[in-house]
Design a protein around this ligand. Structure first.
Ligand code: NAP
Length: 241
């Protein structure tokens, strides 16, 4: 029996990844606050609360002596300037988007021997976006976690895949913190959650290091590093700063 653990499987990208893993024959355990209803197992945990998160990890260890794939997908966003975002909001975002995946991965290393960890970072880790500074920072931290952990875990034969998705309409921005949310544009983003989920599962199977999706965000990242002044001007225009 192949076991997958997917955090944030109750909506959006996590839901699509969990469904794709089920289609591929995995038994899927969901970890989040709301029961997704379609997964094979559900463990309730609130990642903004370290005690709840750690109880979730303890429960996973009790139920699953071996885990083939862990998908650290649960996350929240924020659309606010650094000045607008409160320290409490900033800490909550780091608790859910960074400290939770780090704690869950560290807590399950023995169970993951020979398996794979997929961290859902963001294209915001590649391209600086004004009014999303905290999100850029937290997803960059998660990407750095993936890149360095991969080297450290080589002896345990645990593969790490970092994923940088661009914008996919899931309702994510409407659930984000802050007053500068962009409008949802259903059907107008570059991809849908199901196509994205297939790409993620294929990349994990092929043991790729990183999936940037759509791929052109990688070039956008290189452009932003080479031409910072142009990137800054574009950001100021888009966000009316
Ligand atoms: N959609 C995009 O355009 C996009 C682009 C780049 C990166 N991403 C990343 O992709 C991941 C999934 O995003 P999405 O678009 O699918 O968002 P979503 O539809 O809002 O789903 C977020 C998931 O995270 C879980 N979650 C949120 N707060 C939680 C908490 N306190 N404790 C436990 N679980 C929590 C939610 O489950 P419960 O509410 O049941 O707890 C939900 O299942 C996130 O990490 C996001 O940063 C998304």
């Amino acid at each position: 029996m192949k076991i997958a653990v997917v955090t944030g499987a109750s909506s959006g990208l996590g839901k699509a990844i969990a469904a794709e893993l089920q289609r591929k024959g995995y038994t899927v355990a969901a970890v989040c606050r709301r029961d997704p209803g379609f997964c094979d197992d559900f463990i309730a945990a609130d990642f903004s609360d370290p005690a709840s998160r750690d109880a979730g990890v303890a429960e996973l260890k009790k139920r699953y002596p071996h885990i083939d794939i862990l998908v650290n997908n649960a996350g929240i966003g924020s659309y606010a300037t650094w000045e607008e975002l409160s320290e409490e909001e900033l800490r909550r975002e780091f608790e859910i988007d960074f400290f939770a995946p780090v704690a869950i991965t560290r807590g399950l290393l023995d169970e993951l021997a020979g398996g794979c960890v997929v961290n859902i970072s963001s294209a915001a880790a590649l391209v600086p976006v004004a009014c999303m500074g905290a999100y850029c920072a937290v997803k960059s931290a998660l990407r750095a976690f993936s890149q360095t952990l991969k080297m450290e875990l080589v002896g345990r034969n645990i593969h790490i895949l970092n994923v940088c998705p661009g914008r996919i309409d899931t309702g994510f921005s409407s659930r984000a913190v802050g007053g500068r949310k962009p409008p949802e544009t259903p059907g107008r983003t570059a991809s849908n959650a199901e196509t994205f989920a297939r790409k993620v599962c294929n990349a994990a199977e092929r043991r790729r290091r990183e999936l940037v999706y759509p791929y052109w965000y990688r070039f956008a990242g290189i452009f932003a590093r080479m031409f910072p002044a142009v990137t800054e001007r574009a950001n100021r225009k888009i966000w009316k700063l």
